[in-house]
Ligand binder design. Structure first.
Ligand code: HSE
Length: 431
């Protein structure tokens, strides 16, 4: 029997889930993988955890060094989140020749390159399945299952909280804040939920995916990020009338030899498989060569789904970590210097535009005139009937338009005296 001692740094929601799974499935893992994973030490600020988890008090410590410097511990599980001291703990674990399992998307997104290079020098592994889609094996699929492929497009619903909010708003017509409160109560949201709704959580995850799928290190500043806070019930409803659904998508797309990286609310056809990914579910739609299109789907946030990802990493690391560390880490640390990024101003998509305009002759022609002057062709126009007819919502779909031209046109439209609200513009993807 292969006995592996692990040390857990951070034992909050996910860590407690990990302890529970290891306990519940101990015999299964012994029989199936011939491995016994023993929690040797747990480091946490909260001393009541031992009691809650029904564990001996002596395995708890408040000093991470008790784990990092313990020679009998082979795998360190970092679950404290945030950049510091998580990064330093990971580096120290590698220095002490331990493998690392982490669920920390922020640290992998920002310092991944440095950490993987150091892991390679130390001939150790960093497993990070839970950084994207919690326990849904997206990282594993890209790094192993799809290793023969090139990736030409990646479209992900990778923030469970925003997807939950958009689904709730669409299905139950509840308010944005009621849906957010429910997501927090279910344990889906980050401790700072702003990161979920402003798109940054999805951006961290996109940076991780781009690193492993394309071998490109990206700084968060290189990703164009918009969250879901500006999405209203009206937009969800008008989109539905057009046969479209609004999703917060993380996109990495190869266009003319350059990669577009963006996270923003996106309209997609209601018949596309991504459109039916609802609630806290995550999905990544990959366009690959030679395999073709593939969708990976499952619950992407929540205590036990995240803990399941961590335990799968532990099993992978415990059963084959030493043997494959060099080849695995070098493939993850691989940099493709030929990958170039495209700026958001260069992109071209169809747009949904909505604004409030005064309902009188000649108004629409002024607006369409501006769009025409900027080379933007209109696909459909719909003026919504309202009882109070002074200013009415106008919804337009454009044909494919250049981002910078659309922005210039919208600025001019906003300045028209007949337009009574700042136009809302949502990009559309034809997948
Ligand atoms: N807050 C994250 C989400 C949890 O909502 O997707 C999983 O990373």
């Amino acid at each position: 029997m292969n006995k592996i001692n692990i040390g857990l740094i951070g034992c909050g929601t996910v860590g407690s889930g990990v302890v529970k799974i290891l306990k519940k499935n101990r015999e299964l893992y012994q029989k199936k993988f011939n491995v016994q994973i023993a929690v040797k030490k747990i480091c946490d600020k909260n001393p009541t955890i031992a009691q809650k988890l029904n564990l001996k008090k002596k395995i708890f410590t408040t000093r991470a060094s008790d784990i990092l410097l313990d020679p009998s511990i082979q795998i360190v599980v970092e679950l404290i989140g945030g950049l510091h001291p998580a990064k330093e703990f990971i580096l120290e674990a590698l220095k002490q020749k331990k493998h690392v399992v982490t669920a920390n998307k922020a640290v992998i997104a920002k310092y991944g390159t440095e950490l993987f290079k150091y892991a390679l020098r130390q001939k150790r592994n960093i497993y990070f399945e839970t950084t994207v889609g919690a326990g849904v094996p997206i990282i594993n699929a890209i790094t192993e299952g799809l290793s023969s492929n090139r990736f030409t497009g990646l479209y992900g619903i990778i923030n469970g909280t925003s997807n939950f909010i958009l689904s709730e708003m669409s299905e139950t017509l509840c308010t944005f804040s009621a849906a957010l409160a429910k997501a927090q109560k279910c344990g889906y949201a980050e401790s700072n939920p702003t990161l979920d709704i402003n798109g940054m959580d999805a951006a961290h995850k996109l940076a991780v995916l781009v690193r492993i799928a394309l071998g490109k290190t990206v700084a968060l500043e290189q990703i164009h990020v918009e969250g879901i806070t500006q999405i209203s019930h009206d937009d969800i409803r008008y989109a539905k009338e057009l046969g479209l659904v609004i999703k917060l998508l993380a996109i990495a797309k190869n266009v003319d030899g350059g990669i577009e990286l963006r996270v923003h609310p996106t309209l997609i056809d209601e018949d596309h498989p991504l459109a039916s990914v609802d609630g806290v579910f995550n999905a990544v739609f990959l366009q690959t060569d030679p395999l073709g299109d593939i969708l990976i789907y499952g619950q992407g946030a929540g205590q036990m789904t995240a803990a399941s990802g961590v335990v799968s990493d532990l099993i992978n690391c415990a059963t084959k970590g030493d043997r494959i560390a060099k080849i695995r880490t070098s493939s993850i640390a691989f940099e493709d210097r030929t990958v170039k990024l495209r700026k958001i101003s260069q992109i071209e998509t169809q747009f949904y535009i909505r604004f409030m305009a005064i309902d009188r002759p000649g108004v629409l022609s002024k607006i369409t005139g501006i769009l025409g002057k900027h080379g933007i062709s209109i696909d459909s126009v719909n003026q919504k009937v309202q009882k109070k007819r002074f200013a009415v919502p106008v919804v337009m779909l454009t044909h494919r338009a250049k981002e910078n031209q659309l922005r210039q046109a919208l600025e001019k439209i906003t300045n028209l005296s007949v337009v009574r609200s700042k136009p809302v513009a949502i990009r559309m993807e034809n997948l």
